[in-house]
Each structure stands twice: as structure tokens, then as C-alpha cells.
Design a protein around this ligand. Structure first.
Ligand code: IFM
Length: 442
């Protein structure tokens, strides 16, 4: 089975890449990294499937040369990875871990040696436990701590990375982790949520200014987006979906690009926001050079009589991935167009994550994953439609290179184009890897 599009179908300079994150692949137990709130969350019964954690993960810490060879052999251009705050600064502040800095230094050089562009993200969810003890994202001081961490790591690798973004998926840091409690620190608390949602943007803006101060360019923000569809034709369902879209998608884009938050979100979060939050937008809205969209699915939203936000998700009718996420490529086209028209207005847009989980297995040394090839084809068609409409999409990065630690769902949700046997740690490229490699020949 083949990819429908090849490199030649995209504009010159369009970047194809793959993405991973530190805690999900590195093996956090190695190299002097400090404890993180994910280690604590996973050690608490009931939070993570089989209480799995990232201490070994894919052992990328020791196998990165093999992994980088796989990326280069697939004819990809960009590798989007994250640096771990707790590996660089085991206590979140204070003395850096020399081994951790050396590790990221080697990674960046290893990418450049293979002709790959290093796209760094500074935070992909593993908050040092020492900072969680101080309130983590609820504490306004986190913006300064994050700025200091940014300075330490970027003084070391900032001269060689191709691009940098402060925080992966602010919605997950804020809402998923503090309102729904599905991710560390596992809170279900509206006041904590309001603070985390605001502070994550304050930290984003602080890091952007820090990196500008170091003379870095090609800085962006990476936002995850979920298409919100009303569960029925009623006006109540329409406003429920609008509110979901507000706190999931528009809150962060509005903060960064419009220096304001959506009114309907403030109706619920406003009373819980930190003091003088509305004076922070000059930091939050520091100009960026590109906008990243992570896209996977849509949700059907139905109103209910519960407390704000007074709605819930209902299962949809479309085919689903192993995450139980509906496959809805139209949502990607919608977000590419809306983000360009209403927020980023001409800045380059990258699809910084897109992909699917499936129960892929090795059969006679091969991993057939036609479902993933279909998924990628459908979403690349959405990118093509946006390009035809004049949206400046400049790259598409697959989540993920490797099967890895899927957070609260442990190791059983396989998103990689490369299969990982979590006993032997053997890597086996899947059929989608081979199809991509053929399509991306230069
Ligand atoms: O695995 C995650 C990743 O850490 C962030 N974006 C979504 C992926 C799939 O759930």
C-alpha cells in the first residue's frame, strides 16, 4: 500500500518530519534526571494503566543513533523532539545536570550530522517534582522558573536548533491535567485550572522573550486542537460545542495572537483567575514566527444540567483509532484555514503532530499497518486542500517516530511508524514507514 501524495505534490521547501517527546521515549531513569510529577502520578494506584512509567521507555537515551538513522533513512527533513526540564535541572532550578546538557548537545549534533533539522520543544509535560511541590503550574513563579530553564538549555543548544517552541499543547497542561485530572498532577479543580491555563501562557511568552534575548529565531507555539461538533441540532448543543471550542482551542490562540481570552470561557474561569491576569498579555503575546497545530480528532458535545461547563462528550459514529478517537480529517482542514484567517494571519503553519494509535504487531518480521497509511493519506489530503486555499502550511510532522509511553494509557497505544518491542526494545519499521520513505524520496 502506498502514500497517495509524494514530496513533489507539495510546495518547494515543505518540511516533512516526525515527532517524539523526552519522557515518552528517552528512559527517564538514566543519566541523572530528577524526579518528575509523572513519576509521582504513575506511582499512585489507578492513574496509569498497570502503573507504567517512563523510567526505561524506548531507551532512546542509549539507542538514539539507531533512531536517528531510521529518521534519516525515511527521507524525513525535521525531527521534533523535546528537552526534559528535570534532566537539565533535576530540581527544576539551581545546579544543571551536566550529563543531561551533554545528552541534548549530542542529540542536536547527531541530527545535524545526518542532515536533519532539530525542532526543539522545551516542555512536554514532565515537571520536576521539586517544582510540583511548590504548586507547579498553579504558582505564578513558574513563568520565571521556566524562563531560567529555557536560558540554561538554549545557551547550550540554541545556536544549532532549527526551530524552538516553549510548551507542547497548553490545553493538556491546563485543562486535561487540572480540570479533568487525566494527566499529572491529576487535579480536578476549577481554580487550579484557571491558574494553570493562564500561567502556561505566561511561561510560553517568558520563554519566547528569553530565546529572543539569546538571539534565536524561528520560534513558535504548538497548540493542540480538537474539532467540536454539536451532538444534535439544538441551539443548546451549538453553544455547548462553542464553549468546548473556546476553552480547548481558542483560549490559547486568543491569548497569544489577540491578547485576550474568549468571553464564554471567562464566564466560567474568570472568578478563579489569578490577580491582575489581564496585565500579562504583553508577555503572553510576544511575537512568534510560526504556529504549530497538533490535530487528531473531533468530539461530539452535548449540553447537560451539571455545573459549568455544563456539557459532556458523546460517542460519535465515525471509524475510530485505538484511542477511541474518531477519524475526521475535515477538522484538520478547518483548523488550518481558521488559524490562518483569524489568528496567525500569514505566519507559516506547521502540522506539528498528526497520527494514529493501532494494535500493531510484528508478523514474520514485518508490521502491516494499512490503517495508518490511510490515516496519513486522508490528513495529507486535508493539508492539500488548505494549501489550495492559500493557507501557508510549511510542514507536516507525524506523531510518532516510535511506539512509546502514551501517558496514562501506558505502552499499549502504538502511535509509531516504527514498532517497538518493549521487552527486547527491538525497532521494526512498519509498512507506513516504508510507504513514507518511498513517497519522500528527494
Ligand atoms: O502522545 C501524545 C503526545 O504526547 C502529545 N500529543 C498527542 C499524542 C497522542 O496522544
Amino acid at each position: 500500500m502506498k502514500m497517495i501524495y509524494t514530496r513533489k505534490d507539495f510546495p518547494d521547501g515543505f518540511q516533512f518530519g516526525c515527532a517524539t517527546s523526552s519522557y515518552q521515549i528517552e528512559g527517564h531513569g538514566f543519566g541523572g534526571a530528577g524526579r518528575t510529577h509523572w513519576d509521582d502520578f504513575a506511582a499512585t494506584p489507578g492513574n496509569v494503566v498497570r502503573a507504567e512509567h517512563g523510567a526505561r521507555a524506548c531507551d532512546h537515551y542509549h539507542r538514539w543513533t539507531e533512531d536517528f538513522d531510521l529518521i534519516a533513512d525515511a527521507n524525513l527533513d525535521v525531527y521534533r523532539f523535546s528537552t526534559s526540564w528535570a534532566r537539565v535541572l533535576p530540581d527544576g532550578r539551581g545546579t544543571p545536570n551536566a550529563e543531561g546538557l551533554d545528552f541534548y548537545d549530542r542529540l542536536v549534533d547527531g541530527l545535524l550530522e545526518r542532515g536533519l533539522k532539530p525542532a526543539a520543544t522545551l516542555y512536554h509535560w514532565e515537571l520536576p517534582s521539586a517544582l510540583a511541590d511548590l504548586g507547579g503550574w498553579r504558582n505564578r513563579d513558574i513563568a520565571g522558573w521556566f524562563g531560567d530553564y529555557t536560558d540554561v538549555i538554549m545557551r547550550r543548544i540554541g545556536d544549532r536548533v532549527w526551530s524552538a517552541a516553549p510548551i507542547n499543547e497548553p490545553w493538556c497542561v491546563g485543562w486535561l491535567s487540572h480540570f479533568l485530572g487525566h494527566h499529572a498532577p491529576g487535579l480536578r479543580d476549577i481554580r487550579a485550572t484557571a491558574r494553570a491555563m493562564h500561567h502556561v501562557l505566561l511561561a510560553h511568552g517568558t520563554a519566547i522573550s528569553t530565546m529572543r534575548g539569546l538571539g534565536m529565531g524561528n520560534l513558535g507555539g504548538v497548540f493542540n486542537m480538537e474539532y467540536a461538533a454539536p451532538a444534535d441540532d439544538s441551539p443548546e448543543a451549538a453553544s455547548a460545542a462553542k464553549l468546548y471550542d473556546g476553552y480547548y482551542n481558542r483560549f490559547f490562540l486568543s491569548g497569544v495572537f489577540h491578547k485576550t481570552y474568549p468571553d464564554e470561557v471567562l464566564e466560567g474561569l474568570g472568578p478563579h483567575m489569578p490577580a491582575r491576569w489581564d496585565e500579562d498579555f504583553d508577555v503572553i503575546g510576544a511575537p512568534i514566527d510560526w504556529c504549530g497545530i497538533n490535530y487528531y480528532t473531533r468530539k461530539l458535545i452535548a449540553p447537560d444540567k451539571g455545573p459549568w461547563p455544563s456539557h459532556h462528550e458523546v460517542p460519535g459514529p465515525l471509524p475510530k483509532t485505538a484511542m477511541e478517537w474518531e477519524i475526521y480529517p475535515e477538522g484538520l482542514e478547518f483548523f488550518l484555514k481558521r488559524t490562518h484567517a483569524e489568528y496567525s494571519k500569514g505566519l507559516p503553519i506547521y502540522v506539528t503532530e498528526n497520527g494514529m494509535a493501532a494494535p500493531d504487531t510484528v508478523i514474520d518480521g514485518a508490521v502491516p499497518d494499512p490503517h495508518r497509511i490511510d490515516y496519513l493519506n486522508a490528513h495529507l489530503a486535508a493539508v492539500q486542500s488548505a494549501l489550495a486555499d492559500g493557507v501557508p502550511v510549511e510542514g507536516y510532522f507525524i506523531w510518532s517516530l516510535l511506539d512509546n509511553y502514551e501517558w496514562a494509557l501506558g505502552y499499549e497505544k502504538r502511535f509509531g511508524v516504527v514498532h517497538v518491542d518493549f521487552d527486547s526494545l527491538q525497532r521494526t519499521p512498519k509498512a507506513s514507514y516504508h510507504a513514507l520513505k518511498a513517497a519522500l524520496t528527494r
